[in-house]
Design a protein around this ligand. Structure first.
Ligand SMILES: Nc1ncnc2c1ncn2[C@@H]1O[C@H](COP(=O)(O)OP(=O)(O)OP(=O)(O)O)[C@@H](O)[C@H]1O
Ligand SMILES: [Mg+2]
Length: 124
């Protein structure tokens, strides 16, 4: 990747922990990845290895009671979401600059339409 082609999303050494019976346990341990413009990146792994927790951490959608950002950086178009944004600012970023389709696709997608049509409908 060059200076002219910066990553849209860059995750550096992300660490997320959950509090279970008064102890903090890491669910995401040092995840780093980078997504360039027009690039698709897939996280693949067995069930329970924190793909969803990684995505929820990036969007800062984990409950503040019981979970914590324990390290690393989330850079969206160079802006660090992990440290510098208030919840109000973060809610502006969500939906406008970054979005997530949750694991239950039936709650996000209409099975009677193609995915393409649904994306176009939102843009329209
Ligand atoms: N709110 C939570 N509190 C405590 N532990 C949690 C919480 N949410 C997820 N976990 C744990 O974090 C780990 C990662 O879960 P996650 O749902 O991210 O897995 P996944 O890779 O998305 O699995 P799948 O392929 O089944 O979707 C699991 O051990 C899960 O039990
Ligand atoms: Mg999952």
């Amino acid at each position: 990747m060059t200076q002219d082609d910066p990553a849209v999303l860059e995750i550096r050494e992300l660490r997320t922990e959950f509090r279970i019976r008064k102890q903090w346990h890491a669910a995401v341990r040092g995840v780093s990845l980078s997504v360039a413009r027009n690039e698709t990146v897939a996280l693949v792994g067995e069930s329970g290895n924190s793909k969803s927790v990684t995505a929820l951490s990036i969007l800062k959608l984990l409950p503040s009671a019981g979970s914590r950002h324990a390290g690393g950086h989330i850079l969206l178009a160079g802006r660090d979401l992990s440290t510098s944004l208030s919840e109000t600012q973060m809610s502006q970023v969500r939906g406008n600059d970054i979005a997530m389709i949750f694991q239950e696709p039936m709650t996000s997608l209409n099975p009677t339409m193609t995915v393409g049509d649904q994306i176009v409908e939102a843009v329209r």
